[in-house]
Design a binder for this molecule. Structure first.
Ligand SMILES: [Zn+2]
Length: 184
């Protein structure tokens, strides 16, 4: 089932998400299926449960559509349940980011270049994996959503000033997106 995507300005996007209850595997699997359908319809490359109004620590990233720009992402798809960052590099990288909850805004963000993450995958297996390059960036962006953070918080102040008006419009629901959105 396709779910509406909550927009910038929604409370759920600012609320730290709680641990997903691993005893409720069927519910988690159903949510993941809905999120996958929602993400595919929206042509996004990542989605966090809070973006569909569920304040639980579940994210997914899908880089397959980005393979033209980043060939190494051609098979890159991950579902992460209750992810925990174990390590972050002190070396940073700059990439332009966008977000389905913030339609039409893209801005450069500086973050650690590499991270190591422990998580449960869609088969509920515990995995530890290191990420770098744009894969790392996609994961970091989604992890932020679990802590109530949005990428525009991390944009350099001068650029933030430039996008402030657009953000206000989104928070008022004045936005055009080709997928279903919601503000609450
Ligand atoms: Zn996002």
């Amino acid at each position: 089932m396709k779910l509406p995507i909550y927009l910038y300005g929604s409370e759920v996007l600012r609320t730290p998400a709680k641990q997903a209850d691993m005893d409720r595997k069927e519910e988690i699997a159903a949510l993941i299926a809905d999120m996958e359908e929602t993400l595919a319809t929206a042509d996004g490359c990542g989605l966090a449960a809070p973006q569909v109004g569920v304040s639980e620590r579940i994210i997914m990233v899908d880089g397959r559509e980005l393979a033209d720009t980043y060939p190494y992402l051609k098979d890159f798809k991950r579902v992460m349940i209750n992810p925990v960052v174990l390590e972050e590099s002190s070396v940073t990288a700059d990439y332009s980011e966008g977000c389905l909850s913030v339609p039409g805004i893209f801005a450069e963000v500086r973050r650690p270049a590499k991270i190591k993450v422990e998580f449960f995958n869609e088969k509920f297996e515990k995995v530890t994996e290191e990420f770098d390059k744009f894969a790392c960036r996609m994961v970091q962006h989604e992890l932020d959503h679990l802590d109530g953070k949005i990428f525009v918080d991390k944009v350099a102040p001068i650029r933030r000033k430039l996008i402030a008006k657009k953000l206000q419009n989104i928070a008022r629901g004045k936005v055009s997106a080709h997928y279903k959105t919601k503000i609450d």
